[in-house]
Design a protein around this ligand. Structure first.
Ligand code: FAD
Length: 609
């Protein structure tokens, strides 16, 4: 940071002539003077007047709201019914998503804590977004954008900011034969779906799969926001077969920092289009996306089990066998999701499959089960193998799932909540999560070569001495089809994703935490201990892979070389798009493209134009 220059310039501000100080009321004006831009906060002389806010409220037809955390109910009466009701709902992802003042992660130790914006534009249409973008830019405000609110890194939350809240922009339109605007004659038509930016994936799955019998690549977690996931890259349980969500993007409507509404696709604004696909979400406000839809297989299904090894030697054997088995039988587009290698010498399997039926899945796993059963003194089952088969069309169908597999999914229990408001119980633990430590890395497929499996197994065993280690096989594309690899290659994501057989995630966290809330204060000592263990566990695995890269939306808040880690060789191209469409950095997110020019809170420009 050029701190000396900043202080010197800041001290000179009162002496500036009026004409110059007037230019300072806009970010562009400040940048033109060479004086670092400092965004305004409530109480600053340049914070917009009540009359200005009223003008914005009129422009957005009343949809400007003052934001408060619902936890305010707990300040006055921590034991009162309103407070207790809010605390109970903090584990309901739909309730959290419906609050402009909350986020799905409550914070991250020593990194960020969820904080409500001052105002929000609860946008229902593109014009609302345009008005908010113009207002934030002209008034030099810190702007945040929130859809599903699932950012682990708090990128949709900032105190003293204006929020564009897209939650209500959730319309969904199916197309039999979509051609991008301006692409007639250049692109063949294909089935697609246009989804409002603020929709969550369960709404898209309901329309596309349950009602129309098609597949759209979205997130595994049903409550993640559509636009947030596409701009992350975006993996679902079946990404080894259908690729990333970003790779399925055909077109987006986006409001850029100049307030223009742009169509981005392969035929117009193609640099913006490419940057939206996995660029991390700071090129503008996406208002809707059109994604290709694909044929649904007959069945989706899952394999669940937990195997306990009797001692360290048996656990080493189990790790080695699991890796070899994965490589031989599961390293293909049929299989996704996770195997978790745990500190208690156990292996937890929560894998999903597509394009197989239950019988075929059982056949695939038979050699592994036989191997386990041959060594009863070494291995026991903490949870026996369970094979599930679900007609693909019913995978997200509330009626079917709750009737046949109520053990897998939970409902939004609020009175009057839509029936489709379902979430996987496995994701429930993360609702309101206070993160202690979180790191991830893409492990290259070369580690599965027979001659490398031994070193991988050794590192994995040693890593589990510190922390559980999760292999998310659907979040690395090695093993996917050539077409899906080519489509993913044409996105801003780090190309390392193409060669990775899995994203390994090592993390820890606790229940929802809010500073000052009795009984819910962050336990920083425990968090720092856990974070140290996460680091030790990941550092051991990283001895196997230099610069492996990691998934922008599921990675370390403290990553030092984040540009390389999240975008690799694509960073310079992404940075060029940022300079073109947002030269003054209106859209700031932690470790987003161009954020190196800003202070950590996104309020002070340190370098740049
Ligand atoms: C419990 C949980 C489960 C998850 N599961 C998966 C998973 O299965 N697969 C996967 O790939 N990822 C997963 N993630 C990561 C998730 O996909 C990303 O964090 C994603 O960015 C969240 O999008 P959102 O809209 O829900 O969140 P938000 O916090 O609202 O937004 C995330 C980021 O995108 C920006 N953004 C949101 N909407 C817009 C918009 N319209 N225009 C411009 N910028 C926008 C925000 O400003 C913010 O920086 C998970 C995260 C959590 C917390």
């Amino acid at each position: 940071m050029n701190r000396r220059r900043f202080l010197k310039n800041a001290a000179a501000i009162p002496l500036l002539p009026i004409a110059v100080s007037q230019t300072l009321t806009t970010a562009a004006g400040r940048a033109a003077t060479g004086i670092p831009v400092r965004r305004v906060r409530p109480g600053d002389p340049l914070w917009p007047s009540t009359a200005s806010w009223s003008r914005l409220r009129r422009e957005v037809e009343g949809r400007l709201i003052k934001v408060e955390s619902p936890l305010i109910a707990c300040q006055a009466e921590p034991n009162g019914t309103p407070c207790q009701e809010v605390l109970k709902q903090l584990k309901n992802p739909y309730y959290v998503g419906d609050q402009p003042g909350l986020t799905q992660t409550s914070g991250w130790a020593d990194a960020w804590m969820s904080a409500p914006s001052v105002y929000a534009v609860a946008a229902t249409k593109t014009e609302d977004v345009v008005a908010a973008v113009n207002f934030a830019r002209d008034k030099n405000l810190r702007l945040v954008v929130k859809g599903g609110g699932h950012s682990y890194k708090g990128t949709s939350s900032s105190a003293d900011s204006l929020l564009i809240w897209t939650r209500a922009m959730n319309s969904i339109v199916l197309h039999d034969a979509f051609v991008g605007q301006g692409c007639a004659g250049k692109q063949s038509s294909q089935p697609a779906v246009t989804v409002g930016a603020g929709a969550v994936w369960v709404q898209a799955y309901d329309a596309v799969t349950t009602k129309a019998g098609r597949y759209v690549q979205g997130g595994g977690c049903t409550t993640v926001g559509v636009a947030g996931l596409v701009q992350s890259g975006g993996f679902g349980s079946f990404s080894k077969n259908y690729g990333t969500a970003a790779a399925g993007l055909l077109e987006a409507e986006i409001v850029t920092a100049d307030g223009a509404v742009r169509i981005a696709n392969a035929c117009q604004n193609s640099d913006l289009f490419w940057g939206i696909k996995g660029g991390g979400g700071s090129l503008g406000v996406v208002t809707k996306v059109t994604l290709r839809t694909r044929q649904l297989p007959e069945y989706f299904g899952g394999v669940l089990a937990k195997i306990k090894a009797n001692g360290d030697a048996a656990f080493r054997k189990l790790i080695a066998r699991t890796i070899a088995f994965y490589k031989e039988h599961l390293f293909n587009p049929h299989w996704g999701e996770q195997i978790n290698f745990q500190s208690g010498n156990s292996v937890e399997i929560s894998m999903v499959f597509q394009g197989l039926n239950r019988h075929q899945a059982e056949e695939v796993w038979k050699p592994f089960l036989d191997w386990l059963r041959d060594s009863p003194s070494d291995f026991s089952f903490e949870a026996p193998f369970a094979f599930l088969e679900i007609p693909a069309r019913h995978f997200w169908d509330p009626e079917y799932i709750l009737k046949h597999h109520g053990e897998l999914m939970a409902r939004d229990e609020r009175p009057g909540a839509p029936e489709r408001n379902l979430f996987w119980k496995g994701d429930g633990a993360q609702v309101g999560w206070f993160i202690h430590g979180y790191r991830s890395a893409w492990l290259p497929g070369s580690l599965l070569a027979p001659e490398r499996q031994g070193v991988l197994a050794d590192a994995l065993f040693e890593s589990t001495r510190h922390r559980n280690v999760g292999f998310h096989f659907n979040k690395g594309l090695a093993g996917a089809s050539a077409d899906d690899l080519a489509a993913a290659k044409d996105t801003a994501m780090n190309p390392a994703v193409l060669d990775a057989f899995a994203l390994v995630i090592i993390a820890g966290g606790g229940p929802p935490a809010f500073p000052g809330l009795p009984g819910h204060k962050p336990d920083l000592q425990a968090a720092r201990r856990a974070s140290r263990d996460v680091n030790k566990a990941m550092d051991r695995l990283l001895e196997l892979a230099t610069n492996p890269g990691s998934y922008v939306s599921e990675s370390d808040f403290f990553e030092r070389s984040w540009q390389q880690s999240h975008w690799g060789s694509n960073y310079s191209r992404l940075a060029a798009a940022k300079r073109k469409y947002d030269p003054l950095g209106l859209f700031f997110v932690h470790h987003g493209v161009g954020s190196e020019e800003w202070s950590a809170d996104g309020f002070t420009r340190l370098t740049g134009p």
